[in-house]
Write a protein of this length. Sequence first.
Length: 369
Amino acid sequence: MKAILALEDGTIFHGNSFGIDGEVIGEIVFNTGMTGYQEVLTDPSYCGQIVAMTYPLIGNYGINLEDMESSKPQVRGFIVRELCSNPSNWRSVETLGAYLKKNNIIGIEGIDTRELTRILRDKGTMKGIISTDVNFNFDARVEEIKAYVTEMPVYQVTTREVIHYEGSGFRVALLDYGIKQNIIRSLLKRNCEVYVFPAWTKAEDILAVNPDGIMLSNGPGDPKDCKDEINTIKQLMGKKPIFGICLGHQLTALASNADTTRLKYGHRGCNHPVKDIKKDLTYITSQNHGYTIVEDSLDKNRMEVSHINMNDGTIEGIRYKDMPVFTVQFHPEASPGPADTAYLFDEFMELMKKFKNQLCQSGNWNGGI
């Protein structure tokens, strides 16, 4: 069917629908990845958002059963320049259009995604609607579009119960704020025993499993909305080694009295250059976030910037001087994207080993990382 994409500023694009017909309102964001649309669709960090892919041909390798980052699509809608309806890949089990239709997701194809991206870069991320209503009236819907808010997105995507994965190595408590499955795979690959906890789990319940370390996952939304989670992190910091990713990185900073702010159009894609300051090396990273930590708000006596974004200079990593805690804004587990920064999981393993050895030898921890 014919479809329109209308932005809250009044810009309207005309195209064709795929997936289901109907309409959906959400925050419009763009992703610059050339591949990985399946991982993008199933990334819980996109809860409440309509994602536009900047690469012009999407769907050419279909949908498979191995590359899911969660059990279902998490996006509210999907925007592409050209949809491939005849995929070619030995793992493909269905087309992108069929997958979205089965999961009640609406998409639009045939619009100029370059123009859309320029608008979002110039004016910033904004809300919008995809609709197949032939009688669609923007003036009658504009206030509804502007008023759209995703309520408690972390609670929409977190696990509802504790999940346990067996392992012979370190025991890791993983707080699920909207976790990508490759974080779990990365830990299991290193023989970790993993407990995945719901986002609202209390500190005492996390510590009750006696973990060797704690991981704080990625997730959707404004980190300042996660007040209970921030308080929980405050209670955990200093008690066990902590490794935070994306939203987990931001929440840890807020738990340390730093501040966060919204980016104009965010970082979303698998080609973002990030410099590891200590190593003096730049890596290509996978990213998906709309907020960043304010550098001037850091307590420099306790916190040091470990990674910076080479495009805009924003903070991409923090190490804590007085406790075994480090966090990064990007995705070292990738999926989609390069595995250049997977070394951070190995550093987490080393930190847990160091922490455990020092406690065994002296009964206390002698400082930060």
